[in-house]
Design a protein around this ligand. Structure first.
Ligand SMILES: C[S@@+](CC[C@H](N)C(=O)[O-])C[C@H]1O[C@@H](n2cnc3c(N)ncnc32)[C@H](O)[C@@H]1O
Length: 250
């Protein structure tokens, strides 16, 4: 396993200091911008947010999910890197939403939450141990009747199964082609900048079938219900990523 020298959290903060587009800052490609609405719809269905709920998004970035989700909640809180939060504030934050700067779980977030979203964040961490510490801190603030959605987990075993399939190999090659085209397009500079910044944070792969089962086991040992959920086919990485929904009985 490679030890990273810089956290991806810091890389995102550094990226936010540049003029990079919102879609790239959210960790996505330009050609995936139209898919954000599908991701939002899937998250809404899985979280089932109601008007009396307190909602927390850890790793909220510039609020592509949090701002629209906050409309269905009583109150919303977002946590992320200070420079990202500064950029989110400049873009405009809903009245019922509070932003907190800091690294979860080191940052203090007051109160319990009915709904917690962790979307495309866990693989930014540097080890399975760090990820479990992150998740257990989420368990500790999940209110009775609450739901915690850990979404978009890039499971390397699932990815291998997908790449071994005929359709997987074809779709992966189409994706690689789309990336090549983007890198040769008018947004090429954004890719170069993102690559340079993230080059210092070495990729640590720890999300696999064993890790998914470990999360299910730890959740249930903590008295919570936990389920693996698939992503609908219209989502960008639905063939190689999955979600875990954790629920505390009311
Ligand atoms: C790929 S982006 C996803 C953003 C957002 N969830 C979305 O789907 O649009 C990951 C975000 O998680 C943040 N992040 C990573 N580790 C974090 C941590 N330990 N605490 C808070 N934020 C974190 C990064 O700064 C980055 O903004």
């Amino acid at each position: 396993m490679t030890q990273s020298i810089k956290s991806e959290f810091d890389c995102y903060g550094e990226l936010a200091r540049t003029t990079v587009s919102s879609i790239m800052l959210s960790g996505r490609n330009h050609f995936q911008a139209s898919l954000v609405a599908h991701i939002l719809q899937d998250v809404k269905a899985k979280l089932s947010i109601a008007s009396e709920h307190r909602l927390l998004e850890i790793g909220c970035n510039i609020g592509l999910m949090l701002s629209p989700l906050s409309q269905g909640a009583r109150e919303a809180v977002g946590v992320d890197h200070p420079v990202i939060i500064e950029r989110y504030r400049k873009m405009g934050v809903p009245n019922n939403t509070t932003l907190i700067e800091g690294y979860w779980p080191h940052v203090l977030v007051p109160g319990m939450f009915d709904r917690i979203l962790v979307l495309s964040v866990l693989h930014s961490l540097r080890s399975a141990t760090e990820a479990m510490t992150f998740l257990k801190a989420c368990f500790s603030i999940l209110a009775p009747g609450g739901r915690l959605l850990i979404s978009d987990l890039p499971n390397e075993d699932m990815r291998s199964r997908y790449l071994e399939s005929r359709s997987g190999a074809r779709i992966a090659s189409e994706y690689a082609h789309a990336i090549d085209e983007a890198r040769a397009s008018t947004v090429a500079e954004e890719y170069t900048r993102r690559d340079e910044i993230f080059a210092e944070a070495k990729d640590v792969v720890f999300i696999n079938d064993d890790f998914i089962l470990q999360v299910l086991g730890e959740s249930r040992k903590s008295g919570l219900d936990a389920f693996v959920l698939p992503q609908p086919p219209e989502l960008p990485y639905s063939q190689s990523r999955e979600d875990i929904l954790i629920m505390r009985r009311g």
